[in-house]
Design a protein around this ligand. Structure first.
Ligand code: F6R
Length: 241
């Protein structure tokens, strides 16, 4: 059952931050799944403000990021490890050992991905997964035609995704061709999911997420099969419905 909330851009980000804060209040050692990208930045800013105001405590929280580029060192400014350190982890009181990211430099992606899944299970699975969404409907780096039964693994990025992400790099050929990502099965294993979408470029993906059947071309459509999903959009992202 997917619920939809439409709000202005800043209120949408604040609403998602509040949902995360509420989860941590109910369960101080909650396991959170986290995205990178442009969309979560105002959410992380809001969480940092809440932390500074003493409204949220990350001491016992555990986090698992959705994905990481293959081939970037953790200190490469566009690695997702660097992104998380910059926007959230360095600004709150979460112990580094409780933050988990896939290792994009692993010599053995298969065992790295299996170890990540095992660790997630050992920690009790995700209580709340915060997602962004790609223009092509990808979740994490599960590109179109990903399968619902797939777990964490190495994937090849589509040209569209590399083009969309080239805004962060000096040129498209600097954007990694592969990534490690939680699979759709991993995503659906979270007890609850909140997805944030901002901007007109996301309108088609949001429509496919909320309306119609589950389709392989639109990985986001698998969320229809989950019982606790909240989609938070601005008016532009909701404008396709
Ligand atoms: C990033 C991730 C991706 C992004 C998506 C949207 O960890 O999992 O699926 O959520 O590409 O990115 P933005 O927010 O930059 O539009």
């Amino acid at each position: 059952q997917i619920k939809l909330v439409v709000a202005d851009t800043l209120s949408a980000a604040k609403a998602v931050a509040q949902i995360i804060a509420d989860q941590v209040k109910v369960k101080p050692n909650a396991v959170l799944g986290l995205p990178t990208g442009s969309t979560p930045i105002p959410v992380y800013e809001e969480l940092v403000k809440m932390y500074q105001a003493g409204l949220i405590d990350f001491e016992q929280v555990r986090t698992f990021n959705l994905d990481e580029y293959v081939g970037l060192k953790p200190d490469h400014p566009e690695s997702y490890a660097a992104f998380m350190a910059k926007h959230l982890f360095s600004k709150i009181n979460i112990p580094t050992c409780q933050t988990h990211l896939l290792d994009g430099l692993t010599p053995n992606p298969e065992s790295e991905c299996k170890a990540y899944e095992d660790r997630l299970v050992k920690e009790g699975g995700m209580d709340l997964l915060f997602l962004g969404i790609g223009e092509n409907g990808h979740l994490g780096f599960n590109e179109p035609f990903s399968q619902v039964g797939e777990g964490t693994r190495m994937v090849m990025l589509t040209v569209e995704t590399r083009l969309a992400n080239s805004r962060f790099f000096s040129a498209i050929d600097q954007v990694p061709t592969h990534a490690l990502t939680m699979g759709l099965r991993t995503i659906l294993s979270s007890k609850s999911i909140v997805l944030l979408a901002i901007g007109k470029k996301k309108a088609k993906a949001i429509k496919m997420c909320l309306e119609g059947e589950i389709k392989d071309e639109w990985p986001c459509s698998v969320l229809k099969g989950h019982e606790d999903v909240l989609v938070v959009c601005d008016g532009d992202a909701a404008s396709g419905m």
